[in-house]
Design a protein around this ligand. Structure first.
Ligand code: GLA
Length: 384
């Protein structure tokens, strides 16, 4: 944050008055369960996005991205719609979502910086939405509950960007706790508890560097599949509102009433909710190996049932099974490319990252990005 403030001063010849800093996140277990009102184990990471600003007169806002030197400006009277391939959409979208809640953000000059890998599955967009929102909270006295800030960010994705995501990304970026995973319930929208990683283990993130170009439409179609499966299940079991309410036994019983595709999508989501609960239970007994097995099971279910994996992600998970020190690996986040996460003995993590990168490069010709991930705190507001 201090460095960003210095860069801001050098660039704008004035000091910022407020800022926000928000981390990326990792989905540890609980894939595509959030919009089914299910359970997720997630964490905030040490990689963050920082955003600082000062108010200015008029209607035009300027934002400088010190990561790559690019700059955007926009008129507050002309931001009703997103513009194609424009990172400032995530800032304009926040202003538009706040407007819907009766809150006007005046003009500002801003600077930002980030260490969250872009478009990889670590929620760089949620980090930017949250950092900007928290800077608005500090600079313009906007008061919202923490969970409502997460809803603002989700609103940007759903309404401004057209991606029908759940609350996981912004929620984890806001509620993350240093050195712990958080167990969240997306029906009540609350953190139920923190859960420590097994002692002596680290998370290694391996970015496949490959992403399908139809990610957004694939994501939205998966969500529709889940909703149509839930609607059919509700006809058989009246207490069912979302897939969160369905047990594996009920799903097996209702299989003939569902299309094959709906059944497999539902099996993934119900299985993921079950695995999250199971993980919390077995971690209480210190069973790191059992926790890792759930990661492999989760990935297999993504590959077979939810079909949100890719050959590159599958290969990284296969490699993980053959390397020493790794107890489990899976794709993390929306899928269709991006990252895998690996549960690795901390003492071997550096060596593991080198080996998996080498193996992946030999097979695909691609140099993956590997991060031995620190688990960080959630978002903060700064007043200068
Ligand atoms: C993306 C979405 C989240 C969540 C995950 C899958 O990250 O933004 O809301 O659905 O995919 O668990």
């Amino acid at each position: 944050m201090d460095k960003l403030v210095e860069k801001f001063k050098a660039f704008y010849h004035a000091a910022p008055t407020a800022g926000g800093e928000a981390p990326g996140r990792l989905e540890i277990l609980g894939n595509h369960t959030d919009y089914n009102q299910g359970f997720v184990l997630s964490c905030a990471v040490g990689n963050t996005t920082a955003f600082v600003l000062r108010p200015v007169d008029g209607q035009v806002c300027r934002v400088k991205d010190f990561r790559d030197g690019s700059e955007k400006s926009f008129d507050l009277d002309a931001i009703d719609r997103a513009t194609p391939r424009d990172w400032s959409n995530y800032i304009k979208g926040v202003i538009v979502e706040l407007r819907k809640r009766g809150i006007e953000i005046p003009a500002f000059e801003a600077g930002m910086e980030s260490t969250v890998p872009l478009s990889a599955g670590m929620s760089s967009s949620a980090a930017l939405e949250t950092a900007a929102g928290f800077a608005f909270a500090g600079g313009f006295g906007v008061k919202l509950d923490q969970a409502d800030w997460a809803r603002v960010g989700q609103g940007v994705e759903n309404n401004y960007m057209g991606l029908k995501t759940g609350l996981l990304d912004q929620f984890s970026s806001i509620f993350g706790r240093r050195d712990s995973m958080i167990l969240s319930d997306f029906r009540t929208v609350e953190v139920l508890r923190t859960v420590p990683l097994p002692a002596g283990f680290s998370i290694v993130v391996v970015n496949s560097m490959v992403k399908h170009n139809l990610v957004d439409s694939e994501y939205n179609v998966r969500r529709l599949d889940c909703e149509s499966a839930a609607a059919k299940l509700a006809q058989i079991f009246p207490d069912v509102k979302t897939l969160r309410d369905v047990s594996l036994e009920q799903l097996a019983q209702a299989e003939p009433a569902l299309e094959r595709r709906e059944f497999r999508r539902a099996l993934h989501v119900v299985g993921e909710c079950t695995r999250v609960q199971e993980a919390v239970r077995i971690l209480e007994n210190g069973d790191a190996a059992g926790f890792g097995r759930l990661w492999f099971e989760s990935h297999e279910s993504s590959r077979v049932n939810f079909e949100n994996s890719t050959p590159e992600l599958d290969y990284l998970v296969e490699l993980a099974k053959s390397l020493p020190g790794c107890l489990g690996a899976r794709l993390s986040g929306g899928g269709f490319g991006g990252i895998t996460i690996h549960l690795v003995e901390s003492a071997l993590a550096g060596e593991y990252a080198g080996r998996i990168a080498a193996g992946y490069k030999i097979r695909t010709g691609i140099e993956p990005e590997c991060i031995i991930c620190a688990i960080g705190d959630g978002a903060r507001t700064f007043n200068f």
